[in-house]
Design a protein around this ligand. Structure first.
Ligand code: AMP
Length: 418
């Protein structure tokens, strides 16, 4: 960046450049300084810099967003140019807006209608929770523009979902299984879809969705814009990306290890039979405000919740055996503070977007090390501090070593108090 002591007139229209070193877009302005032409570069720090149109800027202002997050600053400019994007980012980084905003801008610039049963934009999400959050984000950012968004996921009646797309829809957010059902019923067609987003690709792999995704993608036009997001890029995922994307711009934020660094982490060595009691003791500390507890199984989540309730704690559980309504009620109670402790399994918790989680407790250690990083990433969001406490019994020591290897750090351990 050129340093200018005296503000000089004559700024040409700033031009957009992609800086490969910083992996972000920069603005370049040519200035006349003492008769010489000087190029001044600056990174883009406002949504306006990124090139978003006024209706979206107003929606962002109403949502209280003052500046783009790093993934937004990196992904929005190339996406606005129609480029494919391959992003490494997890929930909590602002990645939803990173793809939703350029998509909405594209839809606003060209208001053509999708054909009956068609959608102009398809967003694939691994879980219902994430799908509803993505749809909500699209609706928030497009408020008042007339752009319409629909969702499709299991556990809800199919008829209403099919009717929502019968006349064509702008944005369809769907889980792969239910979308395949609707495609089988001839209720959805994707042959004129212009933009495809695949979110949380690594989680799609965990859930066995890779084959359905390949099938779905094979029915989309080849000539489309594709954005592909994943928290990690194991071999199978980068292979999927390579077949779906064309000359993508690569963007990445907070690699797994650095996310973990922001969270204060400790491990309590405790036998499983005593874990519930140790949890109750921890919760006597008022510093444990909004606490998310992870268990490995649905049954375990229910048992922990019942134990906490019996001990007089306001707790709720979410997992795959709960109905959509039950999950939504539990989340709403946790968000508005009626429930202090939310007990969840990994799958149910993925994509949950609750600010101000002060503590994450790993009641059981996950057997997949990446899940640990996802779990603790639920706290310490948006620059806040966060604490992660993990219970580890003798059978979980191997999981602990796997986690330490992934985050490249030794976690401090202590024995549970007698
Ligand atoms: P995501 O990673 O998309 O799940 O977003 C995480 C949270 O950050 C959501 O609650 C968003 O509403 C919020 N968010 C996204 N972008 C911004 C921004 N630029 N400024 C403030 N909050 C944001």
């Amino acid at each position: 960046m050129a340093r200018l002591d005296v503000p000089i007139a004559l700024p040409d229209t700033p031009a957009l450049y992609f800086d490969p070193l910083r992996r972000c877009a920069v603005l370049m302005t040519v200035l006349r300084l003492s008769g010489r032409l000087v190029k001044a570069y600056r990174t883009m720090t406002t949504f306006q810099d990124l090139g978003l149109v006024p209706p979206l800027l107003r929606a962002l202002e109403a949502a209280g967003y003052t500046e783009p997050t790093p993934i937004q600053a990196q992904a929005i400019p190339p996406a606005l140019l129609g480029r494919d994007v391959q992003g490494i980012a997890q929930t909590g980084t602002g990645k939803t807006a990173a793809f939703a905003l350029p998509i909405l801008q594209r839809l606003l610039a060209d208001r053509r209608r999708a054909p009956p049963r068609g959608c102009r934009v398809l967003v694939l999400s691994p879980t219902r929770e994430l799908a509803s959050q993505i749809a909500e984000s699209f609706m928030t950012y497009s408020k008042g523009t007339g752009i319409r968004t629909a969702v499709m996921f299991g556990g809800m009646p199919k008829g209403r979902q099919a009717r929502a797309v019968a006349n064509g829809i702008d944005v369809l957010v769907a889980c792969p299984g239910r979308l395949m059902d609707h495609m089988g019923d001839n209720a959805v067609r994707l042959d004129s879809t212009e933009v495809l987003v695949l979110d949380e690709a690594d989680h799609m792999l965990d859930l066995g969705f890779i084959i359905p995704i390949r099938r779905i993608v094979s029915t989309l036009p080849r000539d489309r814009q594709t954005m592909f997001f994943s928290a990690t890029m194991p071999g199978e995922i980068s292979q999927l990306a390579s077949v779906m994307l064309r000359n993508p711009v690569h963007v990445a934020v907070t690699p797994m290890a650095t996310t973990a660094e922001r969270v204060e982490q400790r491990v309590i060595l405790v036998e499983t039979s005593r874990k519930r009691q140790v949890l109750s003791t921890l919760l006597q500390d008022d510093a444990m405000g909004r606490t998310l507890v992870f268990t490995r199984t649905k049954h375990g989540a229910d048992r922990v919740t019942e134990h906490l309730e019996r001990a007089g704690q306001a707790a709720a559980a979410i997992h795959g055996n709960k109905s959509q309504g039950q999950r939504e009620r539990a989340l709403a109670a946790f968000k508005d503070g009626r429930v202090r402790v939310l007990v969840a399994t990994d799958i149910a918790a993925r994509g949950i977007d609750v600010d101000g989680v002060t503590h994450v407790v790993n009641f059981d250690l996950p057997n997949v090390p990446e899940a640990y990083v996802h779990r603790i990433g639920r706290t310490a969001r948006a620059g806040h501090a966060g604490v992660a406490i993990s219970f580890c019994d003798s059978s979980e020591r191997a999981h602990l070593r796997g986690i330490e290897k992934l985050i490249r750090a030794r976690l401090p351990t202590e024995q549970a108090a007698a």
